[in-house]
Each structure stands twice: as C-alpha cells, then as structure tokens.
Design a protein around this ligand. Structure first.
Ligand code: NAD
Ligand code: TYD
Length: 340
C-alpha cells in the first residue's frame, strides 16, 4: 500500500510515521507537511533515510499542488493529521483554523475522489462534541452524541467531519473518521499542557494553571491513538465514526501535580492564572465501538504513560529546547502577558 500521511511532521503524525514505517516495511509512506510552527523535521530524522519513507513539504490547501502529487503518487490511503490544533491560538486567530482545518480537508477530499483513493481517514477530536458537566461522571461521549463545538478550533474540526461524511453519503467516497481524546507522549509541541508544564518545571519556572485547575481531560498516550487509527484504516467499516479513549479522566491540577512529583519539584511552582474564554469543562470518551468491533486495547494507563513521557522529555531536552529558543519565546510572552 502507498499511504499519504498529511501533518506527519507534527506530534501525532510524527509518532505515527516513526512506528508504522517500521511495523509495515512492505508499505510506502509519503509524509506531506507544511512545516508550520508546529511541524518539526527533527522528529522525523530517524526515518528520513528509510526506503519506505519520503518527506514532501507542501500545503493541503494548495489545490494544484495536491492534484499533481496525487496524480504522480497514486495513493491507496490518505490519513489526514494536518491541522491547526491549539485552542488558545484559535481564540486569537480563527482564520487559519477554518482555512486549514475545513478548506484544506475539502481539497484533500476532492483529490481522493478524482484519483480514486481507496480510503480517506480523517483524524478528528473529542472536542467536536463540546463538553460534559463536571458533576455527571456517568455521562460519556458516544459516536451519536450531537456535535456541539465550543472553540474556533473545535468548530473547524466539526465542520471538517461533516464535510467528510457528506462526501461519503453524496459521492460514496470511502471514508472513516476517528475522534480521540487528549493525547500526550514524546514529540508534543511545548504549548500543550503536559510538555509545557514538564519543560517549565524542569527550568523551575512558574506553571500557569487556568482557572482553578478543575477542568477534566481524558488522556491517552499517542502510541495508543496511533494503533487505533491503524486498526480503523485497515479493518474499520467505511462511512463510520470511531471514538478513541482509554478512560483516563484527570483534572488539570492532578496532571500538573503528577508532573511535579515525578520531577521532584515543589507545588509552589503552581500559579493559577486567568481562565481560557469558553473553556470546556470536561471531556470523556466511550470507546466501546472500537473495542468491541475492532478489538482495540490501549497499552498504557495514565501512570505508565505519564512516567514514560516525562522521562522522554527529561532525556530529550535538545528536542524541545530548540523549539523554546525560537519563535515560541515571543508566543509565550504574548499569550500569558494578560493572564497574570
Ligand atoms: P500538531 O499541531 O502537533 O501537528 C499538526 C501538523 O500539521 C504540523 O506538523 C503542521 O506543520 C501541519 N500542518 C498544519 N497546517 C498544514 C497545512 N495547511 N498543510 C500541511 N500541513 C499542515 O497537531 P497534533 O497534536 O499532532 O494533531 C494531529 C491531528 O490530531 C489534528 O488533526 C488534531 O485535530 C487531531 N487530534 C489531536 C489531539 C491532541 O491531543 N493533540 C487529540 C485528538 C485529535
Ligand atoms: P491543551 O493542552 O491546550 O488541550 P485542549 O485545550 O485541547 O484540551 O489544554 C489541556 C487543558 O489544560 C485545558 O483544560 C486547558 C489547560 N491548560 C492550562 O491550565 N494551562 C496552560 O498553560 C495550558 C496550555 C492549558
């Protein structure tokens, strides 16, 4: 099989490429990425010379370029990880979220139709369902929960999901969608909660916890997200949505305290700051369909996954220090200036 992996220089797509090029030596993987602030070729360095891997720099919104690439490469499968992904950035600058996350997906869908791709897989998120109340632990998102997005980021991802399903219904394009809960693991850009807190705690800097730190996220190791995507692409039913999650709900403050404990740093580093506007209270996934239909099981629980992840950031300081010494410094100063 020839597989196009869009957004493969980012966190989840990068981890996908590192694992799957090794797991499937008989398949060819073409990674297409625009290398925005979130894309990092250092992540892909270990596989750049592999025979079954090729990197192409390009924009999923560029119709002519995408058409030519599809004509040349004749992909069997397209897995779309490419997106703008940070909620706080979407509050500051929604335009690029609609442009990449909605319009870019439409360009890919049209190319899949024209070049008769056998499967288009859209990597989506639990955030399309909106949020759940904190005092109803019995409620979980299922695949039939109505879409109820809160942020420009989640609204753009919900828009993409609707387009993907419309191309299935209208044009019979063979699509699947996965909606996963919050991911953590190696190679995550240090603007997201876990790598941000680990890198700042290691430098004895203050840890900016939004509001009272009571918002709940359902955490899954990136490795387990990618094994689920792989199963869905190879064995999932066309036209279907699959939720992915491992029942690991944690309040943000618990996550931050877990990090401080493993690093041996004091809780006095915690600094409560102004809340995110429209901040979703709680996410919680019901992955029953994926588990019963495709037999997926996560390998990590929260304790083993966090221990592995924190150790990775400690041992791979160079990877995130290169990012923190660049443009990201300005981003942090701008975004956290008014939260003090
Ligand atoms: P990321 O921000 O780390 O990576 C996104 C990648 O997409 C980057 O390499 C970037 O350069 C690339 N990209 C952005 N715009 C592009 C464009 N126009 N053309 C080509 N490439 C472009 O994101 P991530 O955390 O790896 O997320 C990957 C996917 O998984 C996204 O679709 C996201 O919505 C979804 N998702 C993420 C999480 C999570 O917790 N991180 C959870 C569920 C779903
Ligand atoms: P984030 O990693 O941005 O993921 P998402 O918003 O997509 O769930 O944030 C995870 C949670 O952590 C979210 O409730 C917001 C909170 N948060 C903080 O408290 N402080 C921070 O500096 C950041 C980036 C996030």
């Amino acid at each position: 099989m020839k597989i196009l992996v869009t957004g493969g220089a980012g966190f989840i797509g990068g981890n996908y490429c590192l694992k799957m090029t090794e797991k499937y030596p008989e398949d060819t993987f073409v990674c297409l990425d625009l290398l925005t602030y979130a894309g990092n070729l250092e992540t892909l360095a270990p596989i750049m010379d592999r025979e079954n891997f090729r990197f192409v720099k390009g924009d999923i919104r560029d119709r002519a370029f995408i058409d030519e690439l599809f004509a040349q490469e004749k992909f069997d499968v397209v897995i779309n990880f490419a997106a703008e992904t940070h909620v706080d950035r979407s509050v500051e600058e929604p335009d690029v979220f609609v442009s990449t996350n909605v319009m870019g997906v439409q360009v890919l869908l049209d190319a899949c139709r024209k070049h008769v791709v056998k499967r288009f897989h859209q990597v989506s998120t639990d955030e399309v369902y909106g949020d759940l109340p904190l005092d109803r632990p019995d409620l979980l998102f299922t695949e039939t929960t109505p879409l109820h997005a809160s942020s420009p980021y989640s609204a753009s991802k919900a828009g993409a999901d609707l387009l993907v399903l419309a191309y299935y219904r209208t044009f019979k394009l063979p699509v699947t969608i996965s909606r996963c809960s919050n991911n953590y693991g190696p190679y995550q850009f240090p603007e997201k909660l876990i790598p941000l807190m680990v890198s700042r705690a290691m430098a004895d800097q203050s840890l900016p916890v939004y509001g009272e730190g009571l918002n709940v996220r359902d955490w899954l190791h990136v490795y387990d997200h990618n094994t689920a995507i792989d199963l869905i692409v190879r064995k999932g039913r066309v036209g279907e949505v699959y939720n992915i999650g491992g029942h690991n709900e944690k309040a943000n403050i618990e996550v931050v305290k877990t990090i401080l404990k493993q690093l041996g740093k004091p809780e006095s580093l915690i600094h409560y700051v102004k809340d995110r506007p429209g901040h979703d209270l709680r996410y919680a996934m019901d992955p029953t369909k994926l588990v019963t239909e495709l037999g997926w099981q996560p390998e990590y629980n929260f304790d083993t996954g966090m221990a592995q992840t924190i150790t990775w950031y400690v041992e791979n300081r160079g990877w995130w220090e290169h990012i923190l010494s660049g443009d990201y410094k300005e981003y942090y100063a701008k975004m956290y200036k008014d939260r003090q």
